[in-house]
Design a binder for this molecule. Structure first.
Ligand code: NAD
Length: 280
């Protein structure tokens, strides 16, 4: 009988139903509840969850970075990303922060027949999801990551990611360029293997928008989106129409990051296909 899971909790509203369904399907005597804890009260929130003896919890924006600064342990990937979306709690109350977003992204590509090892990626954005993707792709052997970001407050974050990758994984060549440099973006897309949109462009209310001219799409290019609402963004639709090698939407990333978190909580496989069909 596993000792865990009085109840995995999460800090803000997420997919409670699919977690509870997965617990029931895998025979876990556990519950999954949602708590909306404001960013300025995250520290008290963590103390409360510890006091309640929860087995683990998920964290959503905007609390991911704050929680990474408050946990007792951060494995290397989460430390490099600087944010966590999943926290496990040991029996003596120690919190370990994990980040499964990048894992979910890479697994989603894998499920679509695409591996990142040795590949050149163009990643649009330097925000939270993008950072997790860049770090995980580098850890998984990507050869090159070219980040493009608007010249906004996230640009410095992207520069920091490039520095971290250069220090810790020099085998992966990383760079950052302003998204406004259309010629550089076109050149990078023409010379990459996998193009990733990790911005909010394509997501409601920016649905119908795209950052990449579909004239750049070609048969040996993989195009991936992190956006999952709508299921098919304009970029993914245009990549499909252009006959790209693969056009991979963000719903699978959402699914597989959840699968990775479920394994951290329970040591078991979440019934991924059932969850996808019933809940996503
Ligand atoms: P974030 O707030 O950390 O970053 C958002 C980024 O979008 C910022 O860098 C911002 O500059 C950029 N952006 C917004 N509007 C833009 C525009 N018009 N042009 C260019 N850039 C623009 O958010 P995040 O958590 O990193 O989320 C980013 C995207 O990733 C969202 O679409 C989100 O839905 C998606 N996401 C998906 C999953 C998944 O499991 N599929 C998980 C996390 C995030």
């Amino acid at each position: 009988m596993p000792p865990l899971l009085p109840s995995p909790f999460l800090l803000t509203v997420d997919s409670m139903a699919l977690r509870c369904y997965s617990f029931a399907r895998t025979g876990e005597d556990a519950a999954y509840l949602a708590f909306d804890i404001p960013l300025e009260q995250v520290e008290q929130g963590l103390a409360a969850l510890k006091t309640l003896g929860v087995g683990g919890f998920n964290v959503t924006m905007p609390c991911k970075t704050a929680v990474a600064g408050l946990v007792d342990e951060l494995p290397p990937a989460a430390r490099l990303i600087g944010a966590c979306n999943t926290v496990t709690v040991s029996q003596d109350g120690r919190l370990t922060g994990h980040n499964t977003d990048g894992i979910g992204f890479v697994r989603n590509l894998h499920e679509n027949g695409v591996e990142v090892r040795g590949k050149r990626l163009v990643v649009l954005d330097a925000g939270g999801a993008a950072t997790a993707i860049c770090v995980q792709a580098a850890l998984d052997g990507a050869a090159e990551i070219a980040i493009f970001n608007r010249d906004d407050e996230f640009f410095a974050n992207g520069r920091h990611t490039v520095e971290k990758l250069a220090q810790t994984m020099p085998g992966c060549k990383a760079s950052i360029t302003p998204l406004e440099d259309g010629a550089a973006l076109a050149d990078a897309v023409q010379h990459c293997d996998i193009l990733v949109n990790a911005t909010r462009v394509g997501m409601k209310p920016l649905d119908g928008e795209t950052l990449v001219d579909p004239a750049l799409f070609r048969a040996d290019l993989v195009v991936a989106d992190t956006v999952y609402n709508p299921r098919e963004t304009r970029m993914i639709r245009e990549a499909r129409a252009a006959g790209c090698q693969a056009a991979v939407g963000g719903i699978g990333m959402l699914l597989w990051q959840g699968v990775a978190a479920f394994r951290l909580f329970t040591g078991k496989d979440m019934p991924a296909q059932e969850v996808l069909e019933k809940f996503l």
